[in-house]
Design a protein around this ligand. Structure first.
Ligand SMILES: [Zn+2]
Length: 500
């Protein structure tokens, strides 16, 4: 796309259907047939979806901040007060990221593998793999459900305990003092001891970057790992297309037991992107937009991270890898590399502050690993204000994991008015009140409802897009997108089951 391309500033979203329900990829409700053959549709997953033909990176970033995500060109937003498994948008402040002990072990394991070819003595279970939704116990009865919740709460208590232990700074100081006294008594060189301690402390304060830089300088290493950031349409991307697709099929089959992986589905789900940029978004390189990050080990692609680079955040959309390398805890490793990448980019893009890992689900262990990256916030679905994760989780747990408004006493920002919504009508763009004049009876009621839904859930973003209704257009928007809408919205349901 060159700078003379005038299409780049236009965002067009197509209304698909009223917010609807479907089977849930997390708790599996709505998927099981009852004994009498009818569907179990009790408390199913509930979301609103639109199809984005073109979407400016800023508009998409703003949508993420009111709870939306994308899957290919399909955008969706869980209807939190209706859906069975409330999904809160989670973000990590990369400037204040605190690396945990487990994260350091993951980085060290990779380092030892690359440098010495050494396999980890003790494999770190990849929480991104642990209890994937497909392996979650089927919730058959309320008792089982209660047990599951109890386990969840217990996990959190254990986590809190270990955190408190880590915070036992006073005790640590006391022990340090005692150690110095013992050494003094034995007549040892106390300065040497203190120097060693300082080195140890420093190694504890290491950043992700400090682990990563070593690979670059190392010589005579057993393996070489390179991360290549590529964009659709580039020669590297096209050349590696087949290899990435084969890797995706292997991953889906072995990790998610999914053999329904057509090439068209893969392209619609992980390559197709509605994101467009303005020339100003392309001044700094890499330009804002959608990318694949290929993890190339000794010349072979062993993992791919699908990411969106937006004005304020790097959003991780999906990650797939060769399961033969699961001993390297690839899910966690990639998240750490993406955080480091965001930190690096923020040096030249000061507005870039956050790493988005999608949705956080309190009752889904696979998704709760996201909370291990600190400090993180969860998005309040009513006020669109962020709350520190620990505080928000406490509120969710004390509300029995039901949908929780984090700031119940604060008002919801006022939704934009009908008068600010632009619509495509036949071959023109007009404001919604003008379109209303052309409608009457049931059509008017129906459109008012749809517009209401959009302005309520898309919020201020509705003012920066053109809403497209195929039923209002004589000449269909001339591109191939509408033909693939159905298929991609199907693949989107997969993304919700297996999102990074
Ligand atoms: Zn559910």
């Amino acid at each position: 796309m060159d700078d003379n391309d005038t299409r780049v500033s236009i965002s067009i979203v197509q209304y698909l259907s009223p917010a609807n329900s479907g089977s849930c990829g997390y708790c599996k409700r709505g998927r099981n047939k009852r004994k009498d053959g009818s569907d179990d549709t009790e408390e199913p997953s509930f979301s609103l979806g639109v199809w984005a033909h073109d979407l400016n990176v800023k508009a998409y970033g703003d949508l993420c901040d009111v709870g939306w995500r994308r899957s290919g060109k399909y955008l969706y937003k869980p209807i939190m007060d209706k859906t069975c498994c409330p999904q809160y948008t989670i973000r990590l402040d990369v400037h204040n990221f605190r690396i945990s002990r487990t994260h350091k072990r993951v980085l060290r394991n990779m380092h030892n593998y690359l440098k010495y070819g050494k396999l980890p003595e003790r494999a770190i279970p990849d929480p991104t793999l642990d209890s994937t939704p497909s392996k979650l116990p089927k919730v058959k009865s309320k008792t089982e459900n209660a047990c599951l919740k109890k386990l969840t709460v217990k996990d959190d208590i254990n986590e809190a305990k270990s955190e408190r232990a880590e915070k036992g700074v006073k005790k640590k100081e006391f022990r340090k003092q005692r150690a110095i006294e013992r050494r003094l008594k034995r007549g040892e060189n106390i300065f040497e001891y203190q120097r060693e301690r300082r080195l140890k402390e420093q190694s504890r304060k290491r950043t992700i970057q400090s682990f990563v830089e070593e690979y670059v300088e190392g010589e005579g290493w057993k393996h070489k790992l390179e991360i290549r950031t590529v964009q659709k349409g580039s020669p590297e991307f096209d050349k590696s297309m087949e290899e990435s697709y084969n890797l995706f099929c292997k991953y889906q089959k072995l990790v998610h037991d999914d053999t329904n992986t057509s090439r068209k589905g893969y392209e619609g789900f992980l390559i197709s992107s509605p994101l467009t940029t303005l020339p100003s978004d392309r001044v700094q390189l890499p330009a804002l937009g959608s990318y694949h990050q290929q993890y190339i080990l000794d010349g072979k692609i062993i993992a791919v991270g699908v990411i969106d680079l937006l004005p304020r955040c790097l959003s991780s959309k999906y990650f797939f890898y060769d399961p033969s390398y699961s001993f390297l805890t690839m899910g966690t490793y990639s998240a750490l590399r993406e955080i480091a990448f965001t930190q690096e980019l923020s040096k030249t893009r000061p507005s870039l502050h956050y790493y988005y890992m999608g949705y956080y689900l309190q009752d889904c262990p696979k998704m709760r690993y996201k909370g291990k990256f600190k400090p993180s916030d969860l998005l309040c679905d009513k006020t669109f204000k962020w709350m520190p994760l620990e505080e928000a989780v406490e509120k969710i747990i004390s509300n029995d994991s039901k949908f929780t408004v984090f700031y119940p006493d604060d008002p919801r920002p006022i939704a934009p008015s009908f008068a600010s919504i632009r619509c495509m009508f036949r071959d023109r763009v007009i404001m919604y009140p003008k379109l209303r004049d052309e409608l009457s009876g049931n059509k008017l009621i129906e459109f008012d409802e749809r517009m209401n839904e959009l302005r309520y859930y898309m919020h201020k973003v509705i003012e920066s897009v053109v809403v497209f209704f195929p039923s209002l257009t004589v000449n269909q928007l001339a591109d191939d997108d509408s033909a693939t809408t159905e298929e991609s919205s199907q693949s989107s349901s997969r993304s919700s089951t297996a999102e990074h």
